[in-house]
Design a protein around this ligand. Sequence first.
Ligand code: HEM
Length: 605
Amino acid sequence: MSFLTPGIISITQSLVFTGLFTFSVVALRRFLEKSADIFLPTWILVSISILGLPVLITCRILFRDWRQRHDAAALGARIAPRVKGKWFANLDLLKMMMNNYYRADGLVDIMKDQGPVFNMNILWENMVFTCQPEHIQLILATDFGNYVKGERFQRNMSSVLGSGVFNSDGDMWKFHRSMTRPFFSRDKISHFDMFDRHTDSAISLMKARFRAGYAIDFQDLIGRFTLDSATEFLFGSCVNSLATGLPYPRNIAPIVVSNSTTSDSSGALLSPSNTAFSLAHDFSNAFLEAQEAVSSRERFSMIWPMLEIHKDKTEEPMKIINAFIQPIVNEAVAKMKSQNKLGETKGSVDKIDEHETLLDHLVKQTDDPVILKDETLNILIAGRDTTAATLTFVVYFLSMYPEIMQRLRNEILDKVGSSRRPTYDDIRDMKFLRAVINETLRLYPVVPFNVRQCTNATTWPSPDPTQPPIYIPAGAIVPYSVFMMHRRKDLWGPDAEVFDPDRFLDNRLKTYLAPRPFIFLPFNAGPRICLGQQFAYNEMSFILVRLIQNFTSFTHYPELCPSEFQVPPEWKSAPGRKGTDKFFPKMTLTMYSGGGLWIKAQEAD
Ligand code: HEM
C-alpha cells in the first residue's frame, strides 16, 4: 500500500502552505526590525500566524463576491440565488448529498424554494446547480467550448479513469474520441451474432433457475451479459462471466455444491465452480468499489482527501481491475508487434479491418500502455453498467405494469414472431419497444447527475423571463441533473412522474418534447454525446425481444433484497415515484438498483 495517500498529500500541502505563511510573517518581522527599527511584539506575531490565514481567506471571499456582483451588474445580470444552509459553510448540504438515498430528495426541496438554478455555495465554492433545459443545452452544445470537465473532476477521478475519454478535455479528449468513434459506425454495431450467443446463455440460465423454483437477481445476470458482450466487442475475447453460475437469493443454500461457497457484497450466496467465476466476480466487485470511491470523492467536494488518510480507496480495487485488463492489452500489443502492424494506421483512424476489435484498432494508433489501458477501461465502464442498469429498470417496470408487458409482447410477436432473431430493421421499426426504453431512461437515466466547470464568466437566461439573466462566474462548478429535469411537471406535463411509454408516441410528444428536445437527455448532447447510444439501443432492444419471446410475465420479489436495500417504510407515503417504486436506487458513477432486482418469470409455451 502506498504511504502517500490522498489524505497525507493534502495534509502535507496544507502544512507547507501554513509553514510558508508563518515563515513570511517571521521574515517580515525581521525586515521591519532591520530596515525600519519597528519591533513587533511576539503576541502580535502569534496572532497574525494563527488568524492571518482565516482573515485573508475571508477577505478574498468577500472581495470575490463583491466583484461578482459588480461584474453581474455590468452585464445586466443577477447572481444565482444562494442556498442558505443551516450549518457553517453550508456543510449540511454536503451531508444531505451523502445521505440522499433517493437521489434528489434534498435538491428537489431546494428547487421548490429557489427555482431550477441555485448556487449551493458549499465551503464558499461557487457551485451553480441547474436542471433547466436551456442551461444544459448551453453547457453541452451551444456554448460547449466554455465548459470543461476541469482539473478538479480529473483529479478526483484520475486514479480510476486515468486520462481516458471520460476524464479528459481538449486535445487528449479529441484524441480518445477520434480513436474510438469509427467503432460505433452503423456497420460495426449492427452485427448481432455476439448478442445472440450471450442472450441464449442468459435465457438458458434463467429458465434453469426458474424451473428449479428460484428467483434470480436480474441485475446480476444482465451485468454479466453486458460484461461478456462488452469484453467481446472491445477485446475480441469475452470473460464468460455468464458461464460461471448465478447467485442464489439470500438465506437459500446453493444447489451447485463445490469446494467452497462465498457470499458477495450483498450477502447473496454464490456457487463458484471455477477460476473464471472468481475472476469475473472479483472484477465486478472491484469495478463497483472503484466507482463508489471516486463518486463519493465528487460528492465530498474538496474535503474528500481527509477521508482517505489511511489509504487511497481506489488502490485495492484498481489492482484487481488492472490485473484483468493489463494482460489483455499486453497481448494485443505483442500480437500487433509480431505482425508489424504497430502504428500502421497512424493518421488514418477511420480505417478499420473487418474483424478488428476496438483494442486491435487502438493498438495500431499507439503502443503507450497507459493510454491503451485508460481507453479500454473507460469504454468498459461506459458500456457495461449503463446498459445493465437500464435493462434492469425496464424489466422492473414490465413486472410492475403487466399491461405494458402485454402490449410490448404483442408488438414483438407481430413484428418478429415467437422465435426468430430480430434484425436491425425489426428493431428500428418497433416503436413501442423504443418508447418503453425511452420512458425508462426518462424516469431512471443511468447518469442522473453530471458536472462541468465554466471556463470564462458568462450568463444564462433566467427560467423566469421577467427576471434578468443569471451570472455564472469564471471557474464555477456547474452540476446539472437530467434526472430532476426528466421529472419536472412544468416540462413534461402533470403526469411527469407516471410511467407511460405512450408519451413518446401520442400528442404529448408534440406538446412537450418536440418543441424543446433538450428536456430529454439520457445520453447527453453536443460534441460529448454518448458514443455508444446506438450500440446501447441495439443491444438493449435485442435482448428485450429475446427475453419477451421466451417469457410472458415477470414478477418482482423485493423482499429478497438484503435488508439494507429494502425500501424504507416512510417512502411509501411519499408523493410520485418515491412512494410508488419498490426498489432502492443507488448511485456511483451510474445509477443502479441497490441489492439487485430479484425476479421470477413465466415461460412462454
Ligand atoms: C443505456 C445506455 C447508455 C447511457 C444512458 C449512456 C449515457 C451516457 C452519458 C450521459 C454520457 C456523457 C457522460 C459525460 O459527459 O460525462 C456518455 C458518454 C459516453 N458513452 Fe454512453 N451511455 C450508454 C451506453 C454506452 C455504451 C454501450 C457505450 C459503449 C460501448 C458508451 C460509450 C460512451 C462513451 C465512449 C462516452 C464518452 C463520450 C465523450 O466524453 O466524448 N455508452 N454516455
